[in-house]
Design a binder for this molecule. Structure first.
Ligand code: NDP
Ligand code: GDR
Length: 393
């Protein structure tokens, strides 16, 4: 008998890779997707099967983490052996704009799932994986961060995920549920959302190389992240639910890199030279003002004016795209930042036998290659145009 898994957030980066991985393992995978005015299943279209087919191993349900009746009904219908709760409003910066929604979806959403499993009498049958995050560590308490490092979240997202973390632990302890947290550090891939910093960088580097863009605007270049490949990290999720006992695990590479170095490495990948417009005295003054909490609108405005002027003068001439300009734009700063993440995944290595296959360079190569390919297609269409059939003339 094949196992049945239910994935919330199946249309996201991790959901798509995990669905593919579980289907290959012989699972029947059910996924929850949100209703949207446009198709939102790009990442799983290659797995899609016509609903009229008799035997399917991918079945999608409309739903939302903010709707408990919907979640309870789906869980009742599906009777999953494993639930992977990956759905979330996952953008840290956006969570400052939508704090209540983020708490509802990311925090209470997890409770809704756990409570549905309990109320439906599935505590012995259904195992639950909760997508916890290195954002729980927030303000640096110690490095590298382990399962024992205290939490100090620094965003509405981090705080909502902290509730989700503890409610998962609580349902495990209170009701004997096989519920586990994967505390995953940043993981990226060619299908990473375009507004996360790595994908924003690799996409822009590809566009700059192809003459489709000249400047890349970023926020804090000094933040340090422990980046891995999503393809490695979804394997850890699977392994966590295969253990006899539920538990919490850090999943990370143990190597940390600044945003600035990620830009450099991405540019080197295709021989682009980078000019950091964000390294002059203006930036230093601006960043000091922020650090000393002297930042106000006037400081921001003055800085933006000087930035515009400098970008204008440092823009490479038309046709020459061996150079890229990276400029700091305060729009991308966060009210409270997480400066340094570096994870210690010893427990996962020893207990789960988890080992990542990709290193940072491998990840960057994968992302840059894919973005060059995508942007080339885009440019080809724009430049070459396309012929429409004149049905209406
Ligand atoms: P994505 O943002 O790529 O995917 C998030 C998924 O959640 C999408 O399918 C999205 O749907 C769905 N979703 C958002 N809000 C709701 C809602 N209210 N109800 C139902 N579905 C919703 O995230 P990732 O794949 O990168 O991450 C997966 C999970 O892991 C998230 O919970 C994230 O917070 C967490 N995480 C991610 C890390 C990373 O580095 N990637 C690290 C640690 C934790 P739609 O496609 O319609 O937007
Ligand atoms: P993060 O990822 O906040 O760590 O959350 P993100 O890529 O958004 O930011 C990483 C760091 O880069 C800095 N940064 C910028 N970030 C974005 N998005 N855009 C910019 O232009 C930019 N410039 C600099 C940020 O300030 C930050 O320090 C991700 C998400 O996937 C979460 O869901 C997950 O829980 C954590 O990783 C682990």
């Amino acid at each position: 008998m094949s196992k049945t898994a239910l994935i919330t957030g199946i249309t996201g980066q991790d959901g798509a890779y995990l669905a593919e991985y579980l289907i290959k393992k012989g699972y029947v995978v059910h996924g929850i997707k949100r209703r949207a005015s446009l198709f939102n299943t790009d990442r799983i279209d290659h797995l899609y099967q016509d609903p009229h087919e008799k035997k399917r191993n991918l079945i999608l349900h409309y739903g939302d983490l903010t709707d408990s009746m919907n979640l309870t009904r789906i869980i009742q219908e599906v009777q999953p052996d494993e639930i992977y709760n990956l759905a979330a409003m996952s953008h840290v910066k956006v969570s400052f704009d939508t704090p209540e929604y983020t708490a509802n979806a990311d925090g209470i959403g997890t409770l809704r799932i756990l409570e549905a499993v309990r109320l439906l009498g599935l505590t012995k049958k259904t195992r639950v994986y909760q997508a916890s995050t290195s954002e729980l560590y927030g303000l640096v308490q110690e490095v590298p961060q382990t399962e024992k490092t205290p939490f100090y979240p620094r965003s509405p997202y981090g705080v909502a995920k902290m509730y989700a973390y503890w409610i998962t632990v609580n349902y495990r302890e209170a009701y004997g549920l096989h519920a586990s947290n994967g505390i995953l550090f940043n993981h990226e891939s060619p299908i990473r959302g375009e507004t996360f910093v790595t994908r924003k960088i690799t996409r822009a580097i590809a566009r700059i190389a192809l003459n489709m863009q000249d400047t890349l605007f970023l926020g804090n270049l000094s933040a340090q992240r422990d980046w891995g490949h999503a393809k490695d990290y979804i394997k850890a999720m699977y392994l966590i639910l295969q253990q006899d006992n539920p538990d919490d695990y850090v999943i990370a590479t143990g190597i940390t890199t600044t945003i600035r170095d990620f830009v450099r490495k991405s540019a080197e990948e295709i021989g682009l030279e980078i000019t950091f417009s964000g390294e002059g005295p203006e930036e230093k003054g601006f960043l000091t003002a922020i650090n000393e909490q002297r930042f106000n609108e006037k400081v921001g405005e003055q800085y933006l004016e000087s930035l515009k002027e400098r970008i204008h003068t440092s823009r490479p001439s038309e046709g020459n795209r061996e150079q890229a300009v990276v400029a700091v734009d305060p729009t991308y700063f966060r009210p409270t930042e997480v400066d340094l993440l570096i994870g210690d995944a010893t427990k996962a290595r020893e207990q789960l036998g988890w080992e990542p296959e990709y290193n940072l360079q491998g990840l960057i190569t994968d992302m840059i290659k894919s973005d060059i390919h995508l942007m080339q297609k885009d440019r080809y269409l724009r430049e070459g145009g396309y012929r429409t059939l004149n049905y209406f003339e």
